[in-house]
Ligand binder design. Structure first.
Ligand code: ZN
Length: 160
C-alpha cells in the first residue's frame, strides 16, 4: 500500500543538521505514527514520503522553507527582566511566554544582559537544513474514527 492522504504511516527517522549532529531520532524508540496529508509532519518530509511503501528507505535534505521556516529577525524581541515573575530564574535556552501584538507567544531566552532579556520566537530549528534518514515501517488505511479525531489510535485502542 502506497503512502497517500489519510493513510496511517509509521516511520523510523533520524534528523541531523548540516554538521551531522543528531537533533532527533526514533531509533531505540517505537516508530513514529502519523496520518499522512493532515499537516502532522513538516511539508517537505510529507512530500518525500508520498507514494513510498513499507520497507522503503531514503535520505533527504529539506530546506528551511519546507521545514521549520526561515529565520526571521523580526521575531526576536528585547524585553525587560522586570516582566517576569521574581522566582522565575531566567536561564539561557529556557522557554518563556511573552505578550506580543499578536497575543501570547512562546520563545527561547537567547541572551540575558543585566535587566535586558532577548527572547527569540523563531522555532529552534528555523533556518536549519534538515537532513533526514527515513525508513517506512508500516502503511495502512486510517479508520473513520482516526480521521474524525485527526490522530492515530495505536493497536485499535482509543486513548488521548
Ligand atoms: Zn482519538
Amino acid at each position: 500500500m502506497k503512502i497517500e492522504k489519510n493513510r496511517v504511516v509509521q516511520i523510523h527517522y533520524t534528523l541531523k543538521d548540516d554538521q551531522g549532529e543528531i537533533l532527533d531520532s526514533s531509533i531505540d524508540h517505537d516508530p513514529l505514527p502519523y496520518i499522512h496529508g493532515v499537516g502532522a509532519l513538516i511539508p517537505g518530509l510529507e512530500k518525500e514520503l508520498l507514494g513510498k511503501v513499507a520497507g522503503d528507505k531514503f535520505t533527504t535534505v529539506i530546506a528551511p522553507a519546507d521545514g521549520y521556516g526561515v529565520y526571521d529577525e523580526d521575531q526576536v524581541f528585547q524585553v525587560s527582566a522586570d516582566g517576569f515573575e521574581e522566582d522565575d530564574e531566567l536561564e539561557l535556552g529556557m522557554q518563556v511566554q511573552i505578550d506580543t501584538e499578536n497575543g501570547p507567544a512562546v520563545g527561547t531566552v537567547t541572551e540575558i544582559e543585566g535587566e535586558e532579556v532577548t527572547i527569540d520566537l523563531n522555532h529552534p530549528l528555523a533556518g536549519v537544513s534538515l537532513h533526514f534518514d527515513v525508513e517506512i515501517v508500516e502503511v495502512r488505511a486510517a479508520t473513520k474514527q482516526e480521521l474524525d479525531h485527526g490522530h492515530v489510535h495505536s493497536g485499535g485502542a482509543h486513548h488521548h
